[in-house]
Ligand binder design. Structure first.
Ligand code: ADP
Length: 719
């Protein structure tokens, strides 16, 4: 009998076997309806094989679905990604089918001529209709407009059988990009980079690149030119561009539309489901060349994927931590390998992993020199707060205030960067010292003044600011501690009442549309001072912006995590890189209590190499990534004892392994979230150790009770 292994969306490590009914021809990638308990579920065929053992009592596949099959290479990718991240392959496959959840847009009713049928009465209106229609198939409304008649005339012709009504599936049209629509004139470095990239695609096979150049050096321009060359050589080539934030997509889509005369397809959670279905089907039919998307676009069913671009590759937003845990950049490289395609990781501040790969010669390293044209890098200076302490309950030092004032007089713009949402990060009671937290959760409540609420950024819990201390009941004893962007804006408005100010954070710009509107206002010079979190520090070009003030440059450096220094360097380099474009020189002032910190000194000196060298040396000494590998196992449950027990079981069951250590169990960095206890075990291994095989062996030795959620995080970022 014939058996199909089907990837079913369930949290289990294997595919399910089903009998293939007589007469049903299935191959890898086909989508099927398969029985699961009393239901039918959508699954993807991973394998079909013959078996003689007739004692197996398998349920039968119900039917093959109409939807297009997943290309076999997408199935390869799904299976590889599931193995790499130790995720259930059926759930990975479900990610690749997400676009199909929405119904197809309703088919359109149109009319066309029935051959050799003449109208019984040939009125002028009827003849006008037949003339306007010719051999076309049009909607009745379009036809009525074209012929200048009322819709009754068309109905009459249909009733008489001269015209017939047909249903046409609404297929989205994606205009073909024209590589020569609006070519750019590139500088020497850009030409060299575009040439290398397009040559890599032309040569065929897997080719990874690092595209490395300061903000504004023209990386985007260079890869757009590479895309043009690829499309000129191969008009059916498909190209995927991944961005870390939805807020960045619109600007790139507009740039691509301007360059190629056709907008690319857009793919992320903000795109309406029926539209996503159209994109999915167009990508799968090869009717769409360029897709701009978030990391989930990696799972689209491309049929001729030749080039992947991961822009701002260092950005930690590429790491998905909810649901399936994976790193979009790493999976992009894997997808390119499986497709035999080129992949470009672009950044002004590449991750240490990517730099390491480039240093080792595993990635071709393309460098763009200076900023394009006459634009120069901003002048970066550290402001020692020990010498210029701000007044109590204010956050801007005298020198920064003066710099803001001078910039405003020149009618130029200011960006004040503080990576903290809301008004104040902590609210505490002066009487008893109690700090307000969300119920059953370890993180502090953040005060938001615009909404008048205290909000937990982790769980979304919120409440009005209480009058009394919830712990000791004291009246008027609660104080807001420290600044968030709202509080800095308050200070700025008091200092510069004439200036037009705005706050840019995920609270004030919750979606792509509002982000676009605010970015436009800033670009048009309608805002003088923008106070922003990292949401605005990435990727945007503001031509009138000449001063960037970093309110608290020490902020990220205090965290104890592996990537604290790297992340702070990247974030501050991005933020300060917003200053000055084109012909206006920019400057950046970083307020700090620790101007001797090596990260800040490297930033001020504009010496990325010095920072990278020092940071690499530290990682190497500790055998941490990129010199070693990490994985975390996180256990969580409302039942604290069950977590404790499983953690201990795991600790007892560690397989023997060399050049590998297990740390913990210990409380996870967030030990209590929504009443769930969280514990963590951390694995460190040398680079050449197969950490996945170790984890699989280990996990097979314990039984996970239903009450505990176990998450594996290969290459964890938040700890
Ligand atoms: P990056 O991606 O490295 O930040 P961009 O490609 O966005 O850089 O370029 C920065 C700015 O310089 C953009 O406004 C872009 O239009 C302009 N620019 C870059 N290269 C060129 C070029 N060759 N000709 C004209 N303008 C360019």
């Amino acid at each position: 009998m014939k058996v199909a292994s089907v990837l079913i969306p369930l949290p289990v490590p294997e595919a399910f076997d089903y009998e293939v009914p007589e007469g049903l021809n299935l191959t890898r990638g086909d989508q099927v309806a398969a029985p699961l308990g009393p239901r039918l579920v959508r699954g993807v065929v991973a394998e079909v094989f013959e078996t003689t053992g007739s004692n197996r009592r398998l349920k039968a596949v119900d039917a093959r679905l109409d939807d297009p099959p997943l290309p076999p290479r997408v199935v390869d990718f799904v299976e590889w990604a599931a193995r790499w991240t130790l995720s259930p392959p059926g759930e990975m496959a479900a990610t690749a089918l997400k676009g199909l959840r929405a119904p197809r847009p309703r088919p359109e009713r149109r009319v066309r001529r029935v051959e050799r049928r003449q109208p019984l009465r040939a009125t002028p209106a009827r003849l006008a209709v037949l003339e306007a229609l010719g051999a076309q198939t049009l909607t009745p409304a379009d036809l009525a407009r074209a012929a200048g008649v009322s819709s009754g005339v068309i109905k009459g012709l249909v009733d008489e059988g001269v015209l017939e009504a047909v249903e046409i599936a609404a297929e989205a049209a994606f205009d073909a990009p024209d590589p020569d629509h609006a070519p750019a004139t590139l500088n020497g470095d850009q030409v060299a980079a575009a040439e290398a990239l397009s040559q890599g695609v032309a040569d065929g096979g897997f080719k990874p690149f690092l595209l490395d150049g300061v903000t504004g050096s023209g990386k985007t321009e260079a890869y757009l030119e590479a895309i043009a060359r690829v499309l000129r050589a191969e008009p059916t080539a498909q190209i995927l561009i991944l961005l870390p934030e939805i807020a960045l997509t619109q600007a790139l889509i507009e740039r691509i539309a301007a360059r190629f005369g056709a907008a690319p397809a857009e793919w992320h959670s903000g795109v309406a489901p029926p539209r996503r279905r159209q994109v999915w089907e167009a990508v799968s039919a090869g009717r769409c060349n360029i897709v701009v998307g978030a990391r989930s676009a990696l799972f689209l069913p491309f049929v001729n994927l030749r080039l992947l671009i991961v822009d701002e590759e260092h950005d930690t937003s590429f790491k998905q931590e909810e649901g399936l845990v994976y790193h979009g950049r790493d999976l992009a490289v894997a997808r390119a390998r499986i497709e035999g395609a080129a992949v470009v990781l672009a950044s002004a501040t590449p991750s240490l992993e990517t730099l390491w790969n480039a240093q080792q010669g595993r990635y071709a390293w393309l460098k763009l020199g200076a900023r394009h044209g006459v634009a120069v890098m901003p002048d970066i200076a550290l402001l020692d707060l020990r010498q210029n302490p701000p007044d109590p309950q204010t956050w801007l030092s005298q020198p920064l205030r003066e710099a803001i004032g001078e910039t405003l007089i020149r009618k130029e713009q200011v960006l004040l960067f503080l990576n903290r949402r809301g008004y104040a990060p902590v609210v505490l009671c002066r009487a008893c010292g109690h700090r307000l937290t969300a119920p059953d959760t370890d993180s502090w409540l953040v005060e938001h003044r615009y909404t008048g609420r205290l909000v937990c950024h982790l769980t979304g819990f919120s409440m009005p600011r209480p009058k009394l201390c919830p712990s000791c009941g004291a009246e008027d004893s609660l104080v807001s501690v420290g600044p968030g962007v709202e509080r800095v804006e308050e200070e700025v408005r008091q200092l510069f009442p004439e200036a037009r100010t705005a706050v840019f954070s995920s609270d004030t710009v919750p979606d792509g549309k509002s982000a676009r509107a605010l970015i436009q206002r800033m670009t048009d010079g309608e805002i003088d001072i923008l106070v922003a979190t990292q949401a605005a520090a990435k990727g945007h070009n503001f031509p009138g912006l000449t001063l960037v003030g970093v309110v608290d440059a020490d902020l990220g450096l205090r965290g104890g995590d592996l990537r604290a220094a790297e992340r702070t360097y990247q974030l501050l380099a991005q933020a300060t890189g917003r200053a000055g474009r084109a012909d206006k020189p920019g400057r950046a002032l970083l307020q700090t209590w620790t101007p001797e910190h090596p990260v800040l000194m490297a930033l001020a000196a504009g010496d990325r190499d010095a920072f990278v060298e020092a940071e690499m040396a530290e990682r190497e000494a500790a055998s941490l990534p990129p010199y070693g590998r990490l994985a975390a196992i996180i256990l969580s449950s409302e039942n604290a004892q069950a977590v404790e027990k499983l953690a201990n079981d795991l600790a007892q069951a560690i397989p023997n392994a060399e050049r590998l250590e297990v740390y913990g169990p210990a409380d996870a960095p967030l030990a209590l979230v929504r009443g769930r206890r969280r514990k963590r075990l951390l694995v460190r291994a040398d680079r050449d150790v197969n950490i996945q095989a170790f984890l699989r062996a280990w996990l097979s030795r314990v039984k996970v009770p239903g009450s505990v959620r176990l998450t594996v995080d290969v290459d964890p970022y938040s700890f």
